[in-house]
Write a protein that binds this ligand. Structure first.
Ligand code: BDP
Length: 699
């Protein structure tokens, strides 16, 4: 198994009793109409039962003993006759799965208001089979908590992928629109299986060419493939496109000629893609053009697009990832400073897309202070699935615990219980539009994500965007069963490894609230010594602030006061040292090397122990995986085994480089009993990585 089939490989179920029960309940497949999406659902069921149960369902028009009935009440008289009351509240994407009798025959019914809802229900049902759940007395009724569940591909038109570690872009622009790679179907199918319903095809560092006619034809071809799977296409819009491809002399959002240009362009896009989702825009950020080039605000910029997209039902996702070279203020504060005053100024179909934390997808960050601070604006949450700061595609880091940490964080915006998840799903401030974005970790590697376990992050993101109340553990459990095996002797060690993996990475990379101390530019490996770059906030010394007295970024009142951007209860939690969770200690505080921690150890010793514990735990992960030998597919086993060996070596590299570096400030020995690093600091500083992927394209 080379991983191509993802979590949908449908290998035969091992438990004969379960298989027997399933077969009895699944003898015929009943449908009463035809549609492209219904065809996908019936193919999927057929494929799943052929694989899992080694049986083929008989197609029928009327129910018999042990039938599966699929459809919508609008098109299926049998389903209409059931009067499924719960459908009324489930919207366009929800579904019900029930055991009931139809025309006197016991049946399982998968019904929804739309075919796409029915397809989601079908995948849910298949998941029950894959994970060997009971399919008796089913009474499932689900609808997604977030409306637009989107992947962001940072894919360039030359097929390189910014921060992509799994090969080149899936989108073969050269051969589109005439050649449809079967992989486009496989991609859409995988997304449908986890409820992802939107994809931004292009990099946020945008190229205006994507908006030209030849490219729009190619985009249309992809949209046509994706449509039956419920997957909508979005694009990134380069703010200066009217100048670059439109021949105008300005891109000022309030200029009538600019407005007219965008209106025409957007109307044109909808002639190719009538259900086009809208734009994602990175503006006035890291060199990208934007409204501020014309002394206009981010709201002016966003509303330009929002206004033109609104008649078509499209949205604009305006990114809040901004920090200026000119301002000396703490980078962690800048998005809030810029955007908070604009609350209430955005059109209703303009969403502000906010990263989970205020710096940049670090192994651990406190939640972004904008969550809860802009009640009049629908805020999207942006996660990064590609592991830019988490070991690329060679480290096994299961990200659901990170996602949950953000989603479950309480902003206290409206008192206790104002979690980020409620800001994002719109329930806290009664927004009618909601969205979530995940920066994809997908490329054209045969196994899609580079690391076989990278697939778990794609999977977990989709599942949480559908239902953020799911636990990281429940999602891991499903994914392991679907991908590898239902054998408890596989599930137990693999789940243990997955659930600890993020914390382990934090320990060997950035323990105790340290952040942004990776190699320059490519972000590969440790680089706490990075200094003297064009911008202070592109260095590491800016973030760790180590000196002979101590280490950490003081974000309290005595420092940058970034803490004051949070609601008072959050300030009370992170401000006083006695309250501040140690995981965020050096994010908010600059502390002396001999500061005593809860363990009784000094800060210096605790930092050392964390790095060593992290690296040792990477070895423990290898041991856990080794327990699965001969119990999971051998090709997969060997692949993961090699990657875990790399991860362990690199964890040791992170540990050694960081402790010898910080030791130059603490001037204290590495605690007794810990193995000495194998090299001195100049060795680590001198390492070069011409082969590291992810050097930024020029902008
Ligand atoms: C950072 C990446 C950079 C992206 C930027 C963004 O290093 O490549 O362009 O985020 O999100 O994480 O715009």
């Amino acid at each position: 198994d080379d991983g191509y089939e993802l979590w949908l490989s449908y290998r035969p179920l091992a438990d004969a009793t379960v298989v027997k029960r399933y077969k009895a309940a699944l003898q015929t497949l009943v449908t009463e109409y035809e549609s492209p999406t219904l065809t996908l659902a019936t193919h999927e069921i057929t494929r799943a039962t052929a694989g899992l149960l080694k049986t083929s369902l008989v197609r029928a028009k009327t129910p018999a003993q042990g039938s599966l009935l699929l459809g919508t009440p609008r098109q299926s008289p049998l389903i209409a006759s059931l009067n499924l009351a719960s459908l009324a509240t489930l919207g366009d994407e929800g579904f019900v799965i029930v055991n009931t009798t139809v025309k006197g025959k016991p049946c399982i019914v998968i019904a929804a208001n739309t075919d796409v809802g029915m397809l989601y229900g079908t995948f849910h049902f298949i998941r029950l089979l894959q994970t060997q759940q009971s399919i008796q007395n089913l009474s499932v009724a689900q609808a997604p908590v977030i409306q637009r569940r989107i992947l962001n591909h940072w894919d360039n038109l030359d097929r390189t992928v910014e921060r992509g570690y799994a090969g080149f872009s899936l989108w073969d622009w050269h051969k589109l629109p005439d050649y449809i790679d079967p992989r486009y179907h496989a991609y859409a199918r995988a997304n449908a299986s986890i409820g992802i319903n939107g994809t931004v095809l292009t990099n946020v560092n945008a190229n205006a060419q994507i908006l030209t006619e030849p490219y729009l034809r190619k985009v249309k071809a992809l949209a046509d493939v994706f449509r039956p799977y419920g997957l909508k296409v979005y694009l990134t819009a380069r703010f200066s496109a009217p100048v670059e491809i439109g021949g105008l002399s300005t891109a000022d959002p309030l200029d009538p000629a600019v407005k007219a240009w965008w209106k025409k362009k957007i109307d044109e896009i909808y002639t190719y893609v009538p259900d086009f989702g809208g734009f994602c825009v990175k503006a006035n950020s890291e060199g990208q053009p934007g409204p501020q080039n014309y002394n206009r605000s981010h709201a002016d910029g966003a509303n330009l697009f929002a206004e033109m997209l609104a008649p078509h039902g499209g949205i604009v996702m305006w990114r809040a990832f901004v920090y200026s070279n000119e301002t000396p203020d703490d980078r962690a504060k800048q998005a809030y400073t810029e955007f908070k005053p604009l609350d209430g100024k955005f059109n209703s179909n303009a969403l502000v897309q906010v990263k989970n934390g205020a710096i940049d997808f670090q192994p651990r960050e406190p939640f972004h202070p904008l969550f809860g601070a802009m009640p009049k604006t629908p805020l999207m949450l942006e996660f990064q699935l590609t592991q830019e700061y988490l070991g690329f595609a060679t480290h096994l880091v299961y990200l659901a615990p990170l996602f949950k940490e953000t989603l479950d964080a309480d902003t206290y915006a409206k008192g206790k219980g104002s979690q980020v998840s409620k800001v994002v799903d719109g329930s806290l401030d009664h927004h009618t539009v909601s969205a979530m974005a995940g920066v994809a970790n997908i490329g054209n590697d045969r196994n899609w994500c580079g690391h076989p376990f990278g697939q778990a992050n794609w999977y977990a993101y989709g599942r949480l965007a559908w239902n953020h109340a799911l636990t990281a553990e429940a999602i891991a459990d499903e994914w392991i069963r679907m991908t590898f095996s239902n054998d408890p002797s596989v599930i137990t060690p693999v789940k243990a490894m997955m659930l600890s993996s993020r914390e382990i990475a934090v320990q060997y990379m950035t323990p105790l609230g340290l952040h942004h101390i990776m190699g320059y530019n490519h972000h590969y490996g440790p680089g706490p010594w990075i200094r003297d770059k064009p911008r202070a906030d592109w260095t590491s010394v800016y973030y760790h602030q180590a000196d002979s007295l101590g280490v950490g970024f003081d974000r309290t009142k005595t420092g940058s006061d970034a803490l004051s951007q949070y609601a008072q209860p959050v300030q009370d939690l992170y401000g006083p040292l006695a309250n501040c969770p140690e995981k965020y200690l050096l994010w908010f505080h600059h502390l002396p090397w001999d500061h005593k921690l809860k363990s009784g150890k000094s800060l210096w010793d605790e930092i050392c122990f964390a790095y060593y514990h992290g690296a040792d735990s990477a070895r423990w992960m290898q041991q856990q995986w080794n327990l699965t030998e001969h119990k999971v597919d051998d090709e997969q086993f060997q692949h993961v085994k090699s990657l875990l060996a790399i991860q362990h070596q690199e964890a040791v590299w992170w540990r050694n480089a960081c402790v010898v570096y910080f030791q130059t400030f603490s001037r204290q020995p590495i605690p007794a009993g810990l193995e000495k690093p194998d090299h001195t600091l100049p060795y680590y500083e001198g390492l070069e990585f011409p082969f590291a992927p992810g050097i930024r394209p020029k902008w």
